[in-house]
Design a protein. Structure first.
Length: 255
């Protein structure tokens, strides 16, 4: 899994240069070099390059955004937030600053503050699937399942083969109690990605209180701490006894 700080950098790299089209090659070269330095974890070098741009262009949105990423990677989150907000004040349509600010707010448990920023980002780029996914799941985390479903269904209409969106829709449907709809999304996801362990896990983790048509899913995934092989075997036997319908318990090792 890519670390969250790296995700921030990857996202902003897609928009570096948009604002700088009219500010000259020297500044653009420094910004590009700074972005590469951030990806290489050469933060002092990146900071030096960005400060050199900000000396002559103190309100440059790209430089402020990139310097905010440097501060976030240094765990100086208050300064990072201030820089992202300055970038947005300078350039309200700067998508990278929107996304980076949302990442910062959500990772500091400030989802309510992140929501209007994410809505603004979605208006700027309604067809960016990662933004739609994040907005949909943020609505879902606030139990606004109808809004979450609308956002995600619009994203799926734009890209019907997007497995990540199908999985998100399934999670929203499951959370809202519509288990039949959740499973239908996962069936489609399984068709598109039959070898995906994540999709299989989602499909078998549908709760047992099944109200849909046909028989309920017959496999349930149970998560527990790392108690070793004997702990896993014992848990399987315990759950079989609790359920009271199993006539056999099958034990399997990973090798």
């Amino acid at each position: 899994m890519v670390p969250r700080a790296s995700i921030i950098v990857i996202l902003l790299l897609s928009v570096v240069g948009f604002v700088h089209a009219q500010t000259g090659d020297v500044s653009l070269d420094r910004l590009s070099e700074a972005a590469q330095a951030i990806n290489a974890e050469q933060l002092p070098r990146a900071e030096q390059l960005l400060n050199s741009v900000l000396i002559t262009l103190p309100n440059d949105a790209d430089a402020l955004n990139l310097l905010g990423v440097v501060r976030a990677k240094q765990n100086r989150k208050t300064e990072a937030e201030r820089l992202f907000r300055r970038a947005l004040a300078s350039s309200p349509s700067h998508l990278g600053a929107h996304i980076n600010l949302v990442e910062l707010l959500t990772t500091t448990n400030r989802s309510a503050e992140a929501l209007p920023v994410l809505i603004s980002a979605h208006k700027l780029a309604p067809f960016r699937s990662e933004i739609s996914l994040k907005l949909g799941m943020l609505y879902a985390s606030q139990k606004n399942y109808q809004q979450a479903q609308e956002i995600l269904e619009a994203a799926l209409a734009n890209n019907p083969d997007d497995v990540a969106t199908l999985r998100a829709l399934a999670r929203v449907a499951r959370a809202s109690g519509n288990l039949e709809k959740a499973l239908s999304h996962l069936v489609e996801a399984r068709r598109l990605a039959p070898q995906s362990p994540a999709v299989l896990y989602d499909a078998v983790a549908v709760p047992e209180n099944w109200q849909g048509e046909g028989p309920p899913p017959r496999l349930r995934v149970i998560e527990q701490g790392n108690l070793g092989g004997s702990g896993g075997y014992a848990r399987g036997q315990l759950e079989s006894v609790r359920k009271g319908t199993a006539t056999y318990a099958m034990m399997m090792d990973d090798d």
